[in-house]
Design a protein around this ligand. Sequence first.
Ligand SMILES: C[S@@+](CC[C@H](N)C(=O)[O-])C[C@H]1O[C@@H](n2cnc3c(N)ncnc32)[C@H](O)[C@@H]1O
Length: 274
Amino acid sequence: MQGLATDVVLQNRLEQIDSKVEEIRFPDAADGVDQDEEWCEIVVKGEKRRIRLHDYADIFRIPGFYEELFYDHLKCCSPSYIVNLLDSVVREYGERPDEFRVLDVGAGNGMMGDELQVLGVQSIVGIDIIPAAKEAADRDRPDVYDDYRVADLTDLPEVEEEHLRETDANCLTTVAALGFGDIPPLAFAKALDLITTPGWLAFNLKESFLREQDLSGFSRLIRRLNRDRYIQTLCYRRYQHRISITGDPLFYVAVIARKLKDLGDDLLESLQGG
Ligand SMILES: C[S@@+](CC[C@H](N)C(=O)[O-])C[C@H]1O[C@@H](n2cnc3c(N)ncnc32)[C@H](O)[C@@H]1O
C-alpha cells in the first residue's frame, strides 16, 4: 500500500459499514508510535482511512475488522488465555465455572463473552461505555450475552445499578479494557462492588500499570484491595497479550482473584476524581 500515509483520509467517526476491509497497513517501526497512539491505515470500499487502534467505535462499525486487526494481525490471545486461567484456578479451588453468573465489563463486540460461553457459565451480562460495542455484539454474537448494557460505571444511574445487582453476578471479567483512557480505577472498583461476596474476579492489565511507580492508580488500588483483604489474588501471571503494530511483544499481567468482602462507600469515594 505504497504512498497511503500521505493521501490518507482522516475520518474519526465512521458510519456502520457493511463491506470488508480490503487492505491494512501499519506504520514503520521508525515512526516510534506509543501504544495509546497506535494507528493503522485501511482501505474500505476503495477509500483510504486512518484509524487509531483505541478508537473502538470506528473499529466495531466494520464487521470482522476488530478480529482481523487484533487477533489475526496483532496476535491477541487474552480472552482465551484468561478464561483458561480462570477455569484452572477455579477448579483447583474446588469450585466450578458452570456456577458463574458473569459481569463482563468493557465487553466490546463479545470476544470474551464467546470464550465464557464455551466455558459453560450460567449467564453473561456485558457492559460497555460505547453504544457501538453493544451494536457490534448484537450484530456479530447475538446469542452470547443474556443482557448487554451501555453504561458508565463512574456515573451509574440508580435504576441501572439496581438492574445490574439483580443479575446477582458472582464473577467479574474485564479483559483488554483497563487503563489507557478506557476503564479507570473507579469504574473497575464499582464493577467489583456490583458482584456478590464471595465472588470471582479475572482481569488483565499492562504490566507497567502494576508497578509501584504507576500513575494510572491501578497499582495502588490493586495493592489496597489485597492488603485490606477485599480480594485475595490467587494467580498473577505475566504473558504476551499481543504484539505492537511494529511487531514488539506487549506484556500484560493476568490476575485471578477472589472477592472476600464488600467494598463500601469509603473506598469508592476515595477513588472519585481520579
Ligand atoms: C480492547 S476492547 C476489549 C473488548 C473485549 N473485552 C475483548 O477482550 O475483546 C476495550 C473495550 O473497553 C470499552 N471501554 C472503554 N472504557 C470503558 C469504560 N469506562 N466503561 C466500560 N467500557 C469501557 C471500550 O469501549 C471497548 O469496547
